[in-house]
Write a protein that binds this ligand. Structure first.
Ligand code: IPT
Length: 982
């Protein structure tokens, strides 16, 4: 029998497997604001999908006269991501490649989207040579205009310009873009984010008149010794045109002066994030005018210290991805501006554009509003770590042109922005000659900025020593390393001369990050530490519509059926995906405050430390208030001059009665500015007097057996069989029990970096069955007016537990509990908390409390919480996160949990109080917030102590001083059934 031959398979377009850069692109250049005609092509395009390049139809679809089957095509928004418009689905993977690691080959399962736009070019554009500019196309594309191939696009978050002169014509033109999700370049784009193909940034047709400005490179340095500036503007003209360009900066008295030469400006206001002074400038040729905004500043490293304009610079930064819950990496400029203003209001002064250049206009905002930017290349090959870095493109010469191309396009586009202080070679791309080469190129091309890359532990080719998630002790060790001369290895010597930056730290996932203050204290103490960038600014949850009862659905990895995914690790930001702040943002604002305050214990003085880089404090007014004062009130405190970087001790003349009150000292803005309203609080500190621990009124009532199995103690009744209270006034109390567990936070579920290979805290709790404590009643007794119950509570399997004494007393109105927990046996783990739980059969409506607020507090969080009186609705009190977990504890002195017509009052001294509609078991077992059952009851916990949260979801665990080690714990709490305040 003759074997049947299979037809030759359709070959893959060879260039999808090519490590080379795209074909046909014009040399990269700056995005310029020009008066040359342009036409934005964003809007509704047509698209058709095929599952693989082997299935594409070559039916001449790129031509104007193509005969297309309308059934094949559907409208698609540009800019947009295809999977968010019904074409395919998003994939979230952090490190792992969701395809075989077989470089440079993409998998055959490789959705291909043919995009088509019919357009009529304006006569103004048609009057000149023209280019097509793509600012961001996620995936690998080939572009045709009227059937003529203009080139290919690689580098998803980078601009490509393709010449179209002579192809663009009057009348209808057809622009065709064939976009494959996967290509060789996918290996270079392994950032921790959603894989989502699509033309996700603008497409523009640009007229390029003969003799127009091809590119501009502004060099504007500031000399802090004499306050002068030096300006040189290098200009390149289109097609090597002869006519010279001129530059004007009217505010500096420069009118039509020469480009390419240094202009000395005897006196200039420097640009800083605090004083973002920009000078309008104009580059002119006979055929084009380009407008620029120039900021004079000099960034340098001296003595292992990062300097801006000669003064040490502290970066108080965040890592910012571009994300919108509905549109993915399509973020309009108004939203980006709102994000930056929110950062300003929380004293964030720096952004690392993790892990790719953002939309170009973002840098205009950073210049204008004042942010220090680490501008990162679109490059990450992290997935190779899972195959021991075998085949990593960073060290394979075949990929060198792609590395060079990406770095060039990064630098060239954004090189005129004063906000950009450092170029970052990329993220998590291992080490290798290609990275070394682009570091050298970058330094050569732009000697006025610093080169950053975290991935090379030896820091050979960079200007800052950068690490991620180093622990507090390690950062301190780095800050205090012996001098460079003591190292024999030249690389070590070089590294020791560099300032230190944490390019990522304090992983803001779920409840956390814990431990911000300890890092900041180090940053303030050691000049080598130039600060860091919180991971991360915004959560990347995707909107998934609403539940039947109208609750928003937020989705993360695995929710789209992905087989390779990293779950909720994509939801780890200070602000939620819709950019509403999580509670950590308020804590961060306090920790990042540019002014530190200290009150003398006797309130005689206030110490004011000005941590601004260059501002004095004249824009701030200081006032003090005592409890009861309205927010606008306050008695003025006269501040002396406190120049940047100095401190002052200010005498406070408070009345002696102040010592017995809560005194709040505030520094707030006199006028609006810097993204903040007038009155915006920049710094505060409190004196909180000793408070009574909460006591019953005089006169105890005695416990009384009622004969029906109950013991009555004032308003409370107890079940004789268990010794536990079952009622308090009109409230039935259920499930009263001692508890040592919390519903694991995502930080509890992570393995602390300092303990690799050891189980997570949550796993230790699970192994110890901390969530399954069983209680044996030991004794029920009466001790004078006290009803005393002794229980032994512990997990099954183990011989460890706690001996518990419940001592109940009452004055006839309220019920006091003195609880003592004494651990016995050998405990295999720390506790999550130590306290009591109880359940009420109706849902909470509101919680009012006097204590710390408004945000939650754990031992290593809550820096933004202050002492006062607060009210929160059920959800705000519970603090809901995309993935349910323990959250929401506030330290209260006096709280009222309202349940419609009834309320439970809880009094004690700074007791952690948690209130939510679900048991911890339900919280721990639920993967998404919207899957939590509707609120029908209330679970309350009052604790003697709670454990810290740390950042082990990615980084170090809880610092030793914030762990809750098994030891004797005592709780004093007074419970009263009251009527809610109307
Ligand atoms: C590190 C990444 O750089 C960042 O993109 C993100 O993944 C972050 O951590 C965690 O959310 S990678 C990590 C394995 C150190």
């Amino acid at each position: 029998m003759t074997p049947r031959t299979t037809p030759a398979s359709i070959p893959l377009p060879a260039d999808l497997a090519s490590p080379l850069p795209g074909r046909g692109a014009l040399p990269p250049r700056a995005h310029l604001r020009s008066d040359a005609p342009r036409q934005v092509l964003d809007g509704t395009w047509q698209v058709r999908l095929r599952p693989s390049p082997r299935h594409v139809a070559d039916d001449g679809w790129q031509q104007a006269d193509a005969r297309l089957d309308p059934a094949d095509w559907s409208p698609v928004a540009v800019p947009g991501h295809l999977p968010l418009q019904g074409h395919g689905s998003p994939i979230y993977a952090n490190v792992a490649y969701p395809f075989p690691v077989d470089p440079p080959f993409p998998p055959d399962d490789n959705p291909v989207a043919d995009h088509r736009l019919e357009l009529v070019a304006s006569p103004e554009v048609l009057a000149h040579p023209s280019v097509l500019r793509f600012e961001g196309v996620d995936g690998a594309a080939t572009v045709w205009l009227n059937g003529v191939e203009l080139g290919t696009l690689r580098g998803s978050r980078l601009t490509t310009e393709l010449a179209c002169t002579g192809v663009l014509r009057p009348g209808t033109n057809v622009l065709a873009v064939r976009l494959a999700q996967w290509s060789a370049h996918s290996y270079l784009e392994d950032q921790d984010m959603w894989w989502m193909p699509g033309i996700f940034r603008s497409v523009t047709l640009l007229a390029r008149p003969h003799g127009a400005v091809r590119d501009v490179f502004v060099h504007a340095g500031y000399d802090h010794r004499d306050g002068s500036g030096t300006l040189r503007v290098d200009v390149e003209l289109e097609d090597g045109a002869e006519a010279p360009a001129t530059i004007s900066v009217p505010a500096l008295g420069l009118h039509e002066v020469a480009t390419g030469v240094d202009h000395h400006v005897p006196s200039v206001a420097p640009w800083t994030a605090e004083t973002p002074v920009l000078h309008d400038a104009r580059v002119r040729t006979p055929t084009e005018t380009v407008d620029l905004r120039i900021g004079f500043r000099t960034v340098a490293v001296e003595d292992a210290t990062l300097l801006l304009n000669g003064t040490p610079l502290l970066l108080k930064g965040v890592n910012r991805h571009e994300h919108d819950p509905h549109r993915g990496r399509v973020v309009d400029l108004a939203a980006a501006r709102a994000e930056l203003l929110l950062m300003k209001q929380h004293h964030i002064n720096a952004v690392r554009t993790s892990h790719y250049p953002p939309q170009a206009d973002f840098l205009d905002l950073a210049d204008e509003l004042g942010f220090y930017v680490i501008l990162e290349n679109d490059l990450e090959t992290h997935g190779f770590v899972l195959v021991d870095w075998r085949g990593n493109p960073s060290d394979d010469a075949r990929w060198l042109p792609a590395y060079q191309d990406r770095m060039r396009r990064t630098v060239e586009r954004d090189k005129n922005h004063p906000s950009v202080l450092m170029w970052s070679l990329g993220n998590e791309a291992g080490t290798g000659a290609n990275l070394d080469a682009i570091a050298r190129w970058t330094r050569d091309r732009d000697p006025d900025r610093l080169v950053h890359y975290e991935g090379d532990a030896r820091s050979r080719h960079v200007d800052v020593y950068s690490r991620m998630y180093a622990s507090v002790p390690e950062v301190e060790a780095i800050a205090t390393e012996p001098p460079a001369e003591t190292f024999t290895d030249p690389d070590e010597q070089h590294r020791r001369r560099l300032p230190f930056v944490l390019c990522e730290y304090a992983h803001a996932m779920g409840n956390g990050p814990g431990g911000l203050s300890e890092y900041q204290d180090l940053f303030h103490r050691y000049p080598r530490l130039a600060g860091g960038f919180i991971w991360e600014w915004v959560e990347h949850a995707l909107a998934g519509g609403t539940t039947d009862d109208g609750r928003p659905v937020q989705l993360y990895g695995g929710d789209f059926g992905e087989r390779v995914h990293d779950g909720s690790f994509v939801v780890d930001g200070l602000v939620h995906a819709d950019r509403t702040p999580g509670p950590a943002l308020a804590d961060l604002a306090r920790v990042f405050s540019p002014v530190s305050l200290r009150l003398a214990p006797d309130l005689s003085t206030l110490t004011v430390v000005n941590r601004y880089h260059s501002l004095d404090l004249s824009h701030l007014e200081a006032v003090w208030t005592t409890d009861g004062d309205g927010p606008a009130a306050g008695t003025a405190i006269t501040l002396p001059e406190v120049p940047a970087g100095t401190s002052a001790v200010v005498p406070l003349r408070l009345p002696p009665s102040a010592l017995a009150a809560t005194v709040t000292v505030l520094l707030r803005r006199r006028t609006a500015g810097d993204g903040c309203a007038a009155g915006h609080e920049v710094a505060w500190i409190q004196h909180i007097p000793d408070r009574p621990v909460g006591a019953l009124e005089a006169g105890r009532v005695a416990p009384r057996r009622t004969g029906d199995g109950l013991v009555q103690l004032g308003p409370a009744s107890f079940d004789e069989r268990t010794g536990m209270p079952v009622g308090l006034g009109a409230l039935a109390l259920h499930d009263v029990a001692v508890s040592l567990w919390r519903a694991p936070t995502e930080n509890d579920r992570g393995v602390a970096w300092e303990e690799p290979g050891l189980p997570s805290v949550a796993d230790r709790w699970a192994a110890a069955r901390l969530d399954d404590l069983r209680t044996r009643l030991v004794e029920v007794a009466e001790d004078g007016p006290a009803f005393v119950v002794r229980t032994r509570t512990g997990p099954p399997v183990l011989d460890a537990g706690v001996d518990v004494t419940w001592r109940w007393t009452s004055d006839g109105t309220s019920l006091a509990l003195d609880l003592t927990l004494v651990p016995y046996g050998s405990w295999p783990c720390d506790w999550g908390r130590a306290g009591i739980d109880l359940r009420l059969a109706a849902p909470t409506t509101r919680v009012r409390w006097t204590g710390w607020g408004p945000g939650p507090q754990y031992p290593d969080t809550g820096q933004g919480a202050r002492y006062g009186s607060f009210v929160a609705d059920r959800d705000d009190y519970a603090v809901r996160t995309v993935r349910p977990q323990e959250h929401g504890a506030r330290r209260v002195d006096d709280a009222t949990v309202e349940l419609g017509a009834r309320a439970l009052r809880v009094r004690g001294a700074g007791l952690p109080l948690t209130v939510r509609p679900w048991s911890r078991a339900v919280v721990a077992a639920t993967r998404h917030d919207h899957e939590l059952p509707a609120a029908t009851e209330t679970w309350i916990s009052v604790d003697a102590a709670v454990g810290g949260v740390g950042t082990a979801s990615c980084g170090p665990g809880v610092l030793p001083e914030y762990r809750l080690t098994p030891s004797t714990r005592q709780l004093h709490v007074i419970l009263t059934q009251v009527d809610p305040v109307v």
